[in-house]
Design a protein around this ligand. Structure first.
Ligand code: SF4
Ligand code: SF4
Length: 307
């Protein structure tokens, strides 16, 4: 099996602490991925056959700048390209980070944009960061998230970026849009999901190698918002051989169903409706998984994960 990227969560700390954070990052102290665990990953990485990038993220990866530097340099020594997924919140205080990092090896920036980020880090600051990064010859990409109820128009922001930086070519890799869906209720009827997008299979399982800041491997990167995400871990980096990892993915019928059919189909297989789910907000496919993972009775998904 070939993984597209390895996505490495260096930390779950982030000064912004957004309510809508999809990894539940906060400004509170917490353990970062250790250098020892990074070494163990790199000792095995050739077996994972990565085809694209090592993606360094968090939390805010620049909160763990020592590990970020260590990781980018180690990746570069092995001929691997790094991408750093960041909110850009550090740039105003530490603009010199960019130039300093440029000397470490081949890396690109992926800036995460959504309404909650931009209420704390204005777009003007992000534009300064983009301009400085492009000036240093860095590739800059974006992940855009349109959160229902927040004043943020992803298409408008994208067009503002392209107007301000006409040299940036538009592509799905450059502007990655995270999906969500809307729900509606008619009168006193059940809550219904609008549209068909939520019915898609989940293409994230097994696509990338996901390493949490606890040094454990996870089946997808959408799960860190769930308080019991450790239950879904496949094992620690140091314990897992690639063949074992594949076997673990295969042995989990719940993950197989999510991959081939998607969370909506899993919901229907269990005879449940969206309005019966116990999860605060259902606005993207991961929220359905979280609600399903909360259930523990026989026949539900993810009853077999490690404690
Ligand atoms: S900036 Fe990103 S990582 Fe930080 S709290 Fe907000 S959503 Fe989470
Ligand atoms: S939809 Fe479910 S399986 Fe897919 S990324 Fe989200 S939490 Fe993971």
């Amino acid at each position: 099996m070939i993984f597209r990227n390895a996505i490495i969560f260096l930390t779950r700390r982030c000064p912004l602490g957004c309510n809508s954070c999809n990894v539940g990052a906060t400004a509170s102290p917490g353990a970062d991925l250790s250098l020892d665990q990074l070494d163990r990953f790199f000792a095995r990485q050739s077996r994972y056959s990565l085809t694209e990038h090592l993606i360094w993220t968090g939390g805010e990866p620049f909160e763990s700048v020592e590990r970020l530097e260590y990781g980018i340099k180690a990746a570069a020594r092995l001929g691997l390209q790094s991408e750093v997924l960041t909110s850009g919140s550090w740039y105003r205080v530490n603009p010199g980070y960019l130039e300093w990092m440029k000397g470490m090896g081949d890396f690109s920036l992926r800036i995460s944009l959504d309404g909650e980020h931009q209420s704390r880090v204005p777009l003007g600051e992000i534009f300064d960061l983009i301009g400085a990064g492009l000036g240093l010859g860095l590739a800059i990409n974006f992940t855009l998230r349109d959160i229902p109820g927040q004043d943020f128009d992803i298409w408008k922001v994208k067009s503002m970026i392209l107007q301000k930086f006409p040299g940036l070519k538009d592509s799905s890799r450059r502007f990655h849009v995270i999906p969500h869906f809307y729900t509606r209720r008619q009168g006193k009827g059940p809550v219904q999901v609008v549209g068909q997008r939520w019915r898609r299979p989940c293409d994230q399982i097994g696509r990338d190698l996901i390493i949490g800041n606890d040094g454990r491997v996870y089946p997808c990167c959408g799960i860190f918002q769930h308080p019991e995400y450790r239950r879904l871990s496949l094992g620690a980096i140091e314990d897992l051989q690639l063949t074992e990892l594949l076997e673990l993915l295969r042995k989990r019928p719940d993950l197989d169903r999510l991959q081939s059919l998607g969370p909506a189909a899993e919901l229907e297989r269990l005879g449940l409706r969206v309005d019966e789910l116990d999860w605060p907000v259902i606005q993207n496919p991961c929220d359905i998984c979280f609600a399903l993972w909360n259930r523990r009775s026989p026949g539900d998904i993810c009853t077999a994960g490690p404690d």
